[in-house]
Ligand binder design. Structure first.
Ligand SMILES: [Zn+2]
Length: 365
């Protein structure tokens, strides 16, 4: 099931015309399957269709493993077009060839050099029994999701640092609590750690985990997936996003389907869902940005407003049988053309205008 409709977003930083606006046109599609296996087949089919779409658009696209974020689900890919004006960063590994966005890219430093400024961010587990102190180089960006990957019990919604420390330091319950000190891979024991904020904690309650990547990757670092390749960072514009949702929404909503099992008996299962978006108006803006040259726009034929401009030379007899035949041939071949027969405009100007608008071909008659 799909729709192509205008969407509205309270965009704080609209920019780039159609690239990031408060109103945009989006295609969103939803799939519903009776089993996880079947839902994965559907997901792969959509991935195949997206691949074909982006190939037809002739953009330098990449499918990057992505975080499911607010929408949720267990598997998700972003579809990006590489371009230096992009707001996203995509990392590719030169060894295992894995491609992912920055929220999904774990990395190790090429070598640990001494870090003089270390920052700390505090997290608390859902049961409020353990304080997690995540240490990372001050000049890098901590990614809380990476901390949660290492310690799944932490509550990412509880972010106020003072409240976390106050909750932890409550003297009535402090006795039973523990502390985990989590060190980013770029730090070693010589790093200059900030003072510990909670007084009177027994050393036996503190455990330490070292060499865990918890900051956003940077160009040139080592790929965590293969532990071998070097990551390169490329700026990219996100054009689409596909999610495998599984039962994330069907389960709480009680959306179920009866299917026969091997013995022919009906069993009731949660419907397995996927959702798939493409930023239609953003594609237009991206292609305009990527392909424009000193003359103007350059549309790939799959989305060009016309395939051909027919430029009529001065003095041509438009009613002659040759010209009539020529147009008949274009019509018969279902070629989408634009006829520029303006007598008062020079041929050079007509050609220039056609190039400026980005029509793939011009034919002079
Ligand atoms: Zn790799």
């Amino acid at each position: 099931m799909y729709q192509i409709t205008p969407k509205f977003r309270n965009e704080k930083r609209p920019r780039g015309g159609l690239l990031r606006g408060k109103e945009f046109i989006m295609k969103d599609a939803y799939s519903f399957d009776y089993s996880e296996e079947q839902a994965m087949v559907t997901y792969d089919n959509v991935v195949g269709a997206y691949t074909k779409i982006f190939q037809d658009l002739r953009v330098d696209y990449v499918k990057a493993a992505a975080d499911s974020g607010e929408i949720g689900g267990s598997l998700s890919h972003e579809w990006h077009c590489f371009h230096e004006t992009g707001e996203d960063t995509v990392f590719s590994c030169d060894s295992c060839k894995h491609v992912s966005n920055s929220e999904k890219t774990l990395s190790y430093p090429q070598e640990v050099t001494s870090v003089d400024k270390v920052s700390v961010r505090y997290f608390m587990t859902e049961d409020k029994q353990t304080l997690v102190c995540a240490y990372y180089p001050t000049k890098r960006t901590l990614e809380p999701k990476f901390v949660k990957q290492e310690i799944p019990e932490i509550d990412l919604k509880f972010t106020n640092q003072e409240e976390i420390l106050a909750e932890f330091s409550n003297p009535d319950t402090l006795i039973s609590k523990s502390i985990i000190r989590l060190m980013d891979s770029r730090l070693d024991s010589r790093s200059n750690f900030p003072d510990f904020p909670v007084p009177f904690v027994s050393r036996s309650l503190i455990s330490m985990i070292t060499d865990i990547p918890i900051v956003l990757a940077e160009d040139g670092e080592v790929c965590e997936r293969c532990g071998d390749g070097t990551l390169s960072a490329t700026r990219a514009i996100e054009l689409g996003h596909t999610f495998y949702l599984g039962d994330k929404y069907s389960k709480p909503l009680g959306f179920k389907i009866d299917t026969p099992n091997n013995e022919g008996k009906l069993t009731r299962n949660d419907v397995m869902m996927g959702c798939y978006g493409i930023g239609v108006s953003r594609i237009i803006a991206t292609i305009a940005e990527v392909y424009r040259d000193s003359i103007g726009l350059k549309w790939p034929s799959s989305i060009a407003p016309w395939q051909v401009t027919v430029v009529e030379a001065p003095g041509i007899d438009s009613d002659s049988s040759e010209v009539t035949e020529f147009y008949q041939m274009l019509n018969d071949s279902e070629i989408d053309y634009r006829r520029d027969g303006r007598a008062s405009v020079s041929m050079g100007k007509k050609l220039k205008e056609s190039n400026m608008v980005g029509i793939p071909l011009s034919i002079i008659v």
